[in-house]
Design a protein around this ligand. Structure first.
Ligand SMILES: O=C1O[C@H](COP(=O)(O)O)[C@@H](O)[C@H](O)[C@H]1O
Length: 241
């Protein structure tokens, strides 16, 4: 477990962008391609914009990068809530990533079918090996959810590495998400969390008693692999150090 605490949001974004670049380079040298799962929500947009900026865009061989999504809102791809749309605007379009390098949930399908189809897409990409993303980017909600693993939802019981659909009463909609076993078999995961409103969740997930129903991000324990947390000082403020 690696903890990276930076004084500002900007420094936090740069630290994760540097890690992203290193991960991509290592994967491309080792396996000839870089498979990354993007996160959604409010936090990662600035990271994507930074990666697409002149400071970073030439540091990755994007022709060898393949993009997946760790979770998605069950909305059309044109909806402002769509994780795909946000990533498309902030990262994929500015870098001219071609559609054959982008694998997103088909939200035109009913949720359970969309999850099943996405599981097949992922497994086919990695076949015949198990689906092992090189890097999964994650956020953390103030309720301790990550990806769309929300407190007290059925998907928390998942034992299979796949994508699932889950109705989340808290947000009143279906979400599509990687299960914890799928996230945990990634080669690396990186949480990006900033802001004082996340400090309590960061402390509970990292240092609280184990209670994965209340604090689902505790399910993310890729013990054999790299687990990184990129935090700004306000998000890290409640941690015992
Ligand atoms: O991993 C993730 O976390 C967020 C929570 O992040 P926030 O920045 O919106 O608070 C989640 O909702 C998102 O979809 C996911 O990919």
């Amino acid at each position: 477990m690696h903890l990276h605490i930076q004084p500002t949001v900007e420094a936090t974004l740069h630290a994760l962008a540097d890690y992203f670049v290193a991960c991509a380079a290592e994967a491309i040298v080792a396996r000839g391609r870089f498979a990354v799962a993007l996160s959604g929500g409010s936090s990662p947009k600035k990271l994507y914009e930074l990666l697409a900026s002149p400071a970073y865009r030439d540091q990755v061989d994007w022709t060898k990068a393949y993009f997946f999504f760790g979770d998605e809102r069950n909305v059309p791809r044109t909806d402002p809530q769509s994780n795909y749309l946000m990533a498309k605007k902030a990262l994929l379009a500015p870098l001219n990533i071609t559609d054959d390098h982008v694998f997103s949930f088909d939200t035109a399908l009913p949720p359970a079918e969309a999850a099943k189809a996405y599981t097949q897409v992922i497994n086919h990409f990695f076949s015949p090996k198990p689906a092992r993303l090189d890097l999964i980017l994650l956020g953390l909600g103030d309720n301790s959810h990550t990806a769309s693993l929300f407190p007290h939802t059925e998907v928390l019981q998942a034992t299979v590495a796949e994508a699932q659909a889950v109705f989340v009463p808290e947000v009143g909609m279906f979400r599509l998400t990687f299960t914890a076993p799928l996230i945990n078999q990634a080669r690396a995961v990186a949480f990006l969390v900033f802001g004082a409103d996340k400090a309590a969740a960061v402390r509970r997930v990292r240092q609280g008693p184990r209670n994965t129903e209340e604090f689902p991000a505790q399910l993310i324990t890729p013990s054999a692999n790299e687990r990184h947390w990129f935090l700004d000082e306000p998000a890290a403020a409640d941690l015992a150090r």
